[in-house]
Design a protein around this ligand. Structure first.
Ligand code: CU
Length: 389
């Protein structure tokens, strides 16, 4: 009976492995390395696998040989001794010890040491520096020097909500696509500084062989020299809350010329965005942009319909704060007002002043005051937000 059940279980497990679903994204090896670091770690991995395999085969071979040839029913007489000579004991201790010492310290230790030293070598002749800030649930990139100095933007998930909620077919880059990929030149050593605004995140791009925690209050670092142009994808690799699966990393590696061109156009784009903050905006334009900003940045917590997920994430529909004044009689920002919450954050509510620009903040606040059944009717001008900085 027990055997029968055992067999059935075995068959079930075998069937599970047979199923195509189990192999949906199945690959045997590391993804193709495109940095010296990824190459190095792949070699270390392969070498170690080979060593483990050889040890495994030798040990298993000796075991199988003994089981077959030293059987009692073959008439094998077991050795009958107590306490072999001290010499033999010392010998049989030292030989495996020496062997392991050789394998661990020479065969494995040296390449592993080399890999770790390479990983930590972030400063030597770095060509450029970028700063990556993790936050719930997006990445912010800032170029610290060179042609792109001063460029700073946020990279958000681009996958539409309908795909996430199974109302539309999932695209090929499902959950691995962003609105603003980080662009890096190929062949340049990029020093990557990492930190976080809220909880621990991990910036991970498998093809770079890079994964490093972004920890609030600390500046950590890693590096990458991308050898091939292309688009490389990664994810946050640290469980960081509700939207952990929704903060992918997308890196566009381009030639140096293309990088220069990109930097110029991005700078122009950011300058233009800052210039439009000066002009007077219409309510329609603010509402349209506000909806976009809201769905990209706020709906993960407050939901698309503004009803939130109480008690963790409060509803904005009917909220006293949302439907209250932002400025006092003297035109000063009221503490704990709608705009104050959005600009400066409060407890779990993130501060958006460093993430969204003036127009985006004005738009999203205007949107919230006039959507989800809220009907304040007023609008916030980007210039009013700019004045707070
Ligand atoms: Cu994260």
């Amino acid at each position: 009976m027990a055997l029968k059940r055992f067999k059935a279980m075995g068959a079930a497990i075998a069937l599970a492995f047979w199923s195509k679903v189990a192999y949906a994204e199945f690959v045997w090896n590391f993804p193709k390395p495109v940095t010296p670091l990824a190459e190095d770690t792949l070699h270390v991995h392969n070498k170690f696998m080979l060593i483990c395999m050889v040890i495994f085969l030798v040990v298993l071979g000796i075991m199988i040989y003994s089981i077959i040839h030293h059987r009692k029913d073959k008439g094998y007489k077991p050795a009958n001794f107590t306490g072999p000579s001290t010499k033999a004991q010392v010998f049989w201790t030292l030989v495996p010890f020496a062997l392991l010492l050789y394998i661990d310290f020479i065969l494995m230790g040296i390449p592993a040491y080399h890999s770790v030293i390479t990983m930590e070598d972030t400063k030597n002749n770095a060509d450029m520096v970028i700063k990556v800030t993790g936050m719930q649930w997006r990445w912010q990139y800032e170029y610290m020097d060179g042609d792109a100095k001063g460029i700073k933007f946020v990279s958000n998930l681009k996958t539409p909500q309908e795909q996430i909620y199974n109302q539309a077919e999932k695209g090929p880059d499902y959950l691995l696509e962003v609105d603003n990929p980080v662009v890096l030149p190929v062949g340049k050593k990029v020093r990557i500084l990492l930190t976080s605004n809220d909880v621990i995140h991990t910036w991970w791009v498998p093809q770079f062989g890079v994964a490093r925690d972004a920890i609030p209050g600390f500046l950590r670092e890693t590096w990458a020299r991308i050898d091939e142009p292309g688009t490389y994808k990664g994810q946050c690799k640290e469980l960081c809350g509700k939207g952990h699966g929704f903060m992918p990393v997308v890196v566009n590696a381009v030639s140096e010329d293309e990088f220069k061109k990109w930097a110029e156009s991005k700078k122009a784009e950011l300058a233009a965005a800052s210039a439009v903050a000066e002009k007077e905006w219409s309510k329609e334009d603010l509402m349209a942009l506000g909806k976009e900003v809201y769905e990209k940045n706020c709906s993960v917590c407050h939901q698309v319909d503004g009803k939130g997920v109480p008690p963790a994430f409060p509803p904005l529909a009917g909220s006293k704060i949302v439907n209250g004044p932002n400025f006092d009689a003297e035109g000063k920002l009221i503490k704990d007002s709608h705009l104050d919450r959005v600009f400066n954050g409060f407890r779990v509510m993130p501060a958006w002043k460093g993430v969204l620009n003036d127009v985006e903040i004005a738009a999203v606040v205007t949107y919230e005051r006039n959507a989800f059944g809220n009907a304040m009717g007023d609008l916030l001008q980007p210039a009013q937000v700019k004045a707070l900085r």
